[in-house]
Design a protein around this ligand. Structure first.
Ligand code: ZN
Length: 308
């Protein structure tokens, strides 16, 4: 370090008073504890929680551990804090973390650490000791972010997930929601929940969204549009869409890679779609002009004279 080393006496003389620390908006939780001289005397001090009167040794990290009930640290979580208060404190703490992050990005374009450190100390009068702890804390946060990044990346690599999943709005919303809501102990849905309850809920949700379109069918009349195509895995598919005045709706797709696509096969599936949409709602069926489709069309017209 280029700045002259502080002697012990100077250090304790310049160590920030509690009032000063309470003003530090990057460490707002100081407000909820009291600093007391250690029983043994000397320079050490203890911290007493204003809520439950438990005492522990110095350091802001321990204040956070106690008040925010962070699990797995040496200081025990506060036993008297209410859930509402806890949510409150976590919010305050989170805002402070954001402020630290912000101030860090402000320094990005500045010269290397040693010079910058000197500048801070000289121009802003920031105590070097205090400056150091906040750097450690923000580094910790940075590390947590990096760990999370790596974990997410590994999820992509180990399963071969397509990278454009990262552009999926639901993917982004998921993490934004988790970061902004303090759902303690939250576990993401597991294998079974995804393929049962949640899938059914989502299906119901989509059906609700489609209901207004379906309601318009009887008044406006429907065209069924069908086309055959091959998906990226070269499976031969036929899809059916129900189209009204302005809104198309997907009805179904059939995988016919192991089927013989003859007149009867296509007519059979067309009939299923007709029954689903309701024969009286349908005005016409549109297909490409493959021979089998024309033949299937004749079968349908014979059975449903109102459909063209
Ligand atoms: Zn407490």
């Amino acid at each position: 370090m280029s700045s002259p080393p502080f002697s012990r006496a100077e250090m304790s003389a310049s160590s920030p008073s509690q009032a000063k620390e309470q003003d530090d908006d990057t460490k707002p939780l100081w407000t909820y504890v009291t600093k007391i001289k250690s029983v043994g005397g000397g320079e050490n001090y203890e911290i007493k929680c204003n809520i439950c009167d438990v005492t522990f040794n110095e350091f802001y990290t321990r204040v956070r551990t106690h008040l925010l009930k962070i699990i797995g640290k040496r200081v025990r979580g506060c036993q008297k804090i209410t859930n509402a208060k806890l949510i409150d404190l976590k919010k305050i703490d989170n805002e402070a973390t954001l402020r630290v992050e912000k101030s860090k990005t402000k320094f990005v374009s500045l010269p290397p650490v040693s010079t910058q450190h000197q500048m801070d100390t000289n121009t802003l009068g920031v105590d070097p000791k205090k400056r150091k702890t906040s750097t450690v804390e923000s580094t910790f946060n940075l590390q947590a972010r990096e760990t999370l990044d790596h974990e997410i990346a590994r999820m992509f690599y180990s399963l071969g997930l397509p990278f454009h999943l990262a552009r999926n709005p639901h993917y982004r919303k998921t993490f934004a929601y988790a970061a902004n809501n303090y759902i303690s102990g939250y576990q993401p849905p597991g294998y079974n929940k995804l393929r049962t309850t949640l899938l059914q809920n989502e299906k119901r949700h989509v059906e609700n969204l489609l209901q207004p379109i379906k309601n318009a069918w009887s008044q406006k009349g429907v065209s069924i549009v069908s086309d055959g195509w091959s998906d990226p895995q070269r499976r031969s598919l036929i899809n059916f869409m129900a189209i009204t005045e302005s809104e198309p709706m997907f009805v179904k797709a059939i995988d016919c890679s192991n089927e013989i696509k003859d007149n009867d096969f296509i007519a059979k599936h067309m009939k299923e779609v007709i029954m689903e949409v309701g024969p009286s709602n349908i005005v016409q069926i549109v297909t490409d002009n493959a021979v089998v489709c024309k033949a299937a069309g004749l079968i349908i017209e014979a059975q449903f004279p109102s459909i063209y």
